[in-house]
Design a protein. Structure first.
Length: 254
């Protein structure tokens, strides 16, 4: 559900579901929350749970958070919750990046979700089969390296699991090297501070460019690594294209 969907739904469906005529018709981010506070204090637990079905986060911030239940319905049988509340499910650089999430980012940090998984099933094919997730909503983040004039250069590429990065075409040209290849596992792990098989674009070194295939940004909610093998992040596709150092590119993957 988009922000616009929330506002349209809130006029009628929320009031009908709650059975509470005093709920304000609309509430936009940044508005005075005094009236809303008076209303929500009167809600019963049952009414609050019903409101959460529509994405209301139960807080008086005026901001809508994605409902974990709704995302789980889209993303197979994953059990999601706000990633920032579960640092135990994140690599330290990822957790740090979420704490520094810009307030003006196109996606609120509370809409970056995480779900625990079996670490033995972290590899994309096994994960998708076990958790009933489509390859078309799963994205891989691969680290590519190339050398020029003795300098080793790195770039991260984010592509859907149904595609492969054009390593020796577009990626090589972007690096400005004669030959590009996947970074050795030990290097990728050490430099990123993340586990192999769990590397994610969120929290990568500041000096690494991040190339995001345009098809990833077009996915409403995409699953990526969390920096560790025992969880996955669920994030709106457009948020990946807005990460620091990110560049959205057509034809990044084949």
């Amino acid at each position: 559900m988009t922000g616009g969907d929330w506002r349209r739904t809130g006029k009628r469906a929320i009031k009908r579901e709650l059975g509470f005529a005093g709920l304000p018709h609309t509430h936009h981010a940044g508005e005075d929350t005094a009236e809303l506070a008076q209303v929500t204090h009167a809600l019963t637990d049952v009414q609050r749970r019903r409101a959460q079905r529509f994405g209301w986060d139960g807080e008086l911030t005026g901001r809508r958070s994605l409902s974990s239940a709704k995302i789980a319905g889209v993303m197979g049988n994953l059990k999601t919750e706000p990633a920032r509340s579960r640092p135990d499910l994140l690599a330290p650089p990822v957790s740090a990046a979420l704490e520094l999430w810009p307030v003006d980012a196109p996606v609120d940090v509370e809409n970056v979700l995480v779900a625990p998984i079996d670490a033995a099933l972290a590899d994309t094919a096994a994960f998708c089969e076990a958790y009933d997730v489509g390859l078309e909503v799963s994205a891989n983040c691969v680290v590519i390296a190339g050398k020029r004039e003795g300098e080793l250069r790195y770039v991260a590429c984010v592509v859907l699991a149904t595609t492969r990065a054009d390593v020796n075409g577009l990626v090589r040209r972007h690096l400005g090297v004669r030959k590009a290849s996947f970074a050795p596992m030990a290097e990728a792990v050490e430099l990123s501070g993340m586990e192999y098989g769990g590397i994610t674009p969120v929290g990568l070194p500041d000096h690494w460019p991040i190339l995001v295939d345009a098809r990833v940004v077009a996915v409403p909610h995409v699953i990526v690594g969390s920096g560790v093998r025992h969880s996955k992040i669920v994030i709106p596709g457009p948020a990946l294209g807005a990460l620091p150092n990110a560049q959205v590119m057509d034809g990044l993957a084949k």
